[in-house]
Design a binder for this molecule. Structure first.
Ligand SMILES: [Zn+2]
Length: 199
């Protein structure tokens, strides 16, 4: 038996989400059908709004409703430090640390020659532009993941900006090799920032 088309479409939509197989998608689809009309309407509005009302900050690349984002716009934050991360989720991880009050820069990826991802495919140019426009930035903390791609990206950026006399540091390896920032607990992240070393 085939599902009526609206259900089949819904199942298909759920299956496009990461980690959701057919069985779960079917369960979610039937759950959705049983939901209140209002709840379904709210849910669909949230999906559309997340896509249409959010964009990337033109300064740091963080996801935001306003441009510049609230972090870039907050002049009470320490304007001398910038943490460079791979993805927006990493910003959220560092924001949980009460001890960090500096700025961020989101690369939206890492260098990966095997996947054909070069410097022009990630937000490096934006970082260089920012550093040139803001001489008050004194330190760039390279917080890419402890993966080979993350390390290579950190080295690349460090070589690029060091000649400009900006201090470049790398997170300490309290983070396990191959581990992702987004999954690190607060204490580990705090120690990684505290123990950062100049590269
Ligand atoms: Zn921003």
């Amino acid at each position: 038996m085939q599902y009526p088309e609206p259900i089949a479409k819904l199942i298909d939509s759920y299956m496009r989400l990461p980690g959701i197989g057919e069985k779960t998608a079917v369960r979610l689809a039937f759950f959705t059908i049983d939901m209140d009309k209002e709840d379904v309407s709210e849910f669909s509005k949230a999906l559309v709004s997340a896509k249409s009302d959010l964009h990337y900050c033109s300064l740091c690349g963080n996801i935001t409703e306003s441009d510049p984002c609230v972090i870039c716009a907050d002049k009470t934050r320490d304007q001398q430090q910038v943490i460079v991360v791979e993805q927006v989720k990493d910003v959220m991880a560092f924001e949980k640390l009460r001890d960090y009050h500096g700025l961020y820069h989101v690369l939206h990826g890492v260098l990966s020659p095997s996947e054909g991802i070069g410097p022009e495919d990630i937000n490096v140019k934006g970082l260089i532009r920012r550093l040139q426009a803001n001489p008050e930035i004194k330190e760039v903390i390279l917080a890419t993941n402890a993966t080979p791609e993350g390390e290579a990206t950190a080295m690349y950026i460090s070589r690029l900006i060091k000649p400009a006399g900006i201090k470049t540091t790398r997170l300490a390896h309290g983070l396990a090799v191959g581990s992702d920032i987004e999954y690190a607990d607060e204490m580990t992240l705090f120690k990684a920032v505290e123990g950062r070393q100049e590269i």
